[in-house]
Write a protein that binds this ligand. Sequence first.
Ligand code: UD1
Ligand code: CA
Length: 463
Amino acid sequence: MPDGVMAVILAAGEGKRMKSKLPKVMHRLCGRPMLEYVVKAAREAGIEDTIVVINPEGEMIKEALGEGVQYVYQRQRLGTGHAVLQAVDKIPPRVKTLLILSGDTPTLPPRLLRELLTVHHSRRAAATLVITRLEDPAGYGRVLRDGAGKVLGIVEEVDADPAVKAVQEINAGVYAFDRRELFRALKEIRPANVQGEYYLPDVLGIFCQEGLPVAAVTAAYEEIQGVNNRIQLAAAAEVIRRGILAEVMLGGVTIIDPASTFIDAGVEIGQDTVLHPFTIIEGASRIAEDCSIGPYARLDGVTVGPGSRIENSVLVDSKLGAGVRVGPYAYLRPGTVMCEGAKAGTFVEIKKSTIGKNSKVPHQSYVGDTIMAGDVNIGAGTITCNYDGWDKYETHIEEGAFIGSNTNLLAPVRIGKRAMTGAGSTISKDVPAYGLGLGRARQVTIPAWVKKKMGEKGCKVED
Ligand code: UD1
Ligand code: CA
């Protein structure tokens, strides 16, 4: 770990340009809040202590990030320089170098932070900043240099005249600072600019005037792109998404069409699994080896055992064992457990139910609040009537039972081992093991009824 280094992440801005009720840094990319990526980058660069500067409305940030970092409040939004100053009392004396990051640069790689610290220390700089050159630098602070290439300072876009606006080198908002020099200079900056804010980058101009060494590290735009609006949010998410897909593919997973495949950060996928086009895997999902997912599948918080097949379906907070088949057109809702070899077929909805080993729900069924043992067959159109308008009730179906097509199971009800229900039955009482439950009106057949009717109506009746 780089000794005596601490990270301060600025996240107290209003994020006005996002036009959102949510704090900017809480907007999600590939399933995680923006700020989490920055915190993770600092941690993976070996920095153990991080302070996040939030505003008093940022309680949800604390809830999302938890205890792993420290928090300080910036009670008035007076600019990035003012935000850094709020952390001063939280930084222990042993810390000599501060890494200052923005909560809105989620694509930041840990490698770049390590490089930044290496250059900062080897040059014995008072400050080292990350810069990049852009064809269209609009929106970023421009880096001013003298003829010899020495950094003179940063000018924000809103304060820039046309000549400065033409400068293509931009400030990434990622810096290493000598702690002592930083806090000293921060007391000298003034809000004498269009926005009336205390700008952190003004410290660089002060250092330059004082003859203190300022170094720079160049990065690719993809590594430092800032998110101020929702167009930039989508652009940063795309960079993260491509990174996730690359990692998954290098791990031995085939992705037929990366352009239509979306995988959240932290999802695990086993070797030789194939992801077909239009597949979305979200939340804390884990897919084992040799599965086939998609086309058109959305899995959110789903665990899938090896060799399973899921097609054209939506699955949420469910657990699937090995060799399970789902879809096409199935909806597995939270609390669904499909044991090894189980099947949920076409137009099937399952909620908070266990489908036992090798049990099958192949067509047009609703199964809710049901505990089903193994080797059960559910006929087409079977419905568990689990709700009476006030409460939910359970259905129990034991080993090897056979539920006839179009059965209504009025819960609470229990179908015993190897029992059967007749097609079209409404089953309101338990059926014992090996028994048959029949609950339907008896058929009445009236011969020649149609002929008689046709005669009455004056239709010609042929033999
Ligand atoms: C900032 C830099 C700019 C740089 C760009 C890179 C300043 C003045 N400008 O501009 O030179 O090119 O980043 O992306 O620093 N924040 C606070 N408190 C505040 C204001 C901001 O915590 O009072 C936080 C924000 O939440 C954000 C970060 O600081 O995470 C940067 O603020 P933002 O308003 O996005 O600055 P930019 O205009 O992007
Ligand atoms: Ca920004």
